[in-house]
Design a protein around this ligand. Structure first.
Ligand SMILES: [Zn+2]
Ligand SMILES: [Zn+2]
Length: 245
């Protein structure tokens, strides 16, 4: 380690991700080893988190999508979870990992893989997140050490991976906490006034009940009605605000 007395006049190189001073044997690196290790751990955990969120998303779509509910379905209704849907969509985790992979490929002199069926080139939105996510993660893990050594902008990607991992973890954890899932504000009108109480639901029950006005939505069909009522209220409020402005 360096002598702190010298640090006053000489600026010792620091990790571009966490700002800690680098050790002698890290001197030529962009980020320190602990930052690299943490990033690798997060990348290792991401595929399983993504699989979990993806199956939740499938249930959410089943619960909120059109068509008659299947009677006797064993699938518990999961309240609409926009955070989950955004993460698993083509523009979510998959696109964000791909952006990192592409910049590493450029920085490390690797070929950018074009997605093609030999006739057409496909944009990233054409790929399936469920297959793309593990592929991106495999690439990033293989190349992490080289990026940590020599890619001067690696810190921003380390931060993006930290954020992605935190968002997925929070979305997945939220799911295991029954009774804490918020499903929007109560759209019921009592004597002309909107109730607007926060509604909650649990994954194990079909029933949403407003604690303030006592209104109940008891099954998937009623959930769709609730969604519609909530949307109507939002449109109405937006129109009012727009008219007032
Ligand atoms: Zn660091
Ligand atoms: Zn209410």
């Amino acid at each position: 380690m360096h002598n702190p007395a010298i640090a006053d006049e000489y600026e010792w190189p620091t990790c571009t991700a966490c700002d800690k001073q680098l050790w002698d044997d890290e001197y030529e690196r962009q980020i320190c080893r602990p930052c690299e290790d943490k990033t690798r751990d997060r990348l290792t955990e991401l595929p399983a988190l993504f699989v979990q969120l993806n199956s939740t998303a499938a249930m959410v779509r089943g619960a909120s999508g059109g068509g008659a509910p299947t009677s006797g379905s064993k699938t518990p209704p999961i309240p609409p979870r926009l955070d989950v849907l955004n993460l698993v969509a083509a523009g979510g985790v998959a696109a964000r990992l791909q952006a990192i992979e592409d910049s590493w490929r450029v920085a490390l002199g690797r070929r950018i893989e074009h997605r093609t069926d030999r006739v057409r080139l496909f944009g990233s939105w054409r790929t399936h997140p469920a297959t793309a996510v593990p592929e991106h993660i495999t690439f990033l893990k293989i190349n992490l050490q080289r990026a940590a050594d020599s890619y001067e902008s690696v810190a921003q990607d380390v931060e993006e991976i930290r954020r992605l991992h935190a968002e997925c973890k929070a979305a997945a954890a939220n799911e295991r906490r029954p009774g804490r899932v918020q499903t929007g504000l109560c759209p019921v009108r009592i004597e002309g006034q909107l109730c607007r109480a926060q509604l909650t639901a649990v994954a194990t029950s079909h029933r949403i009940r407003c604690g303030t006005c006592g209104t109940e939505w008891a099954d998937l069909g009623a959930w769709r009605t609730l969604r519609q009522q909530q949307d109507d209220v939002l449109i109405e409020l937006a129109t009012k605000t727009g008219a007032a402005a």
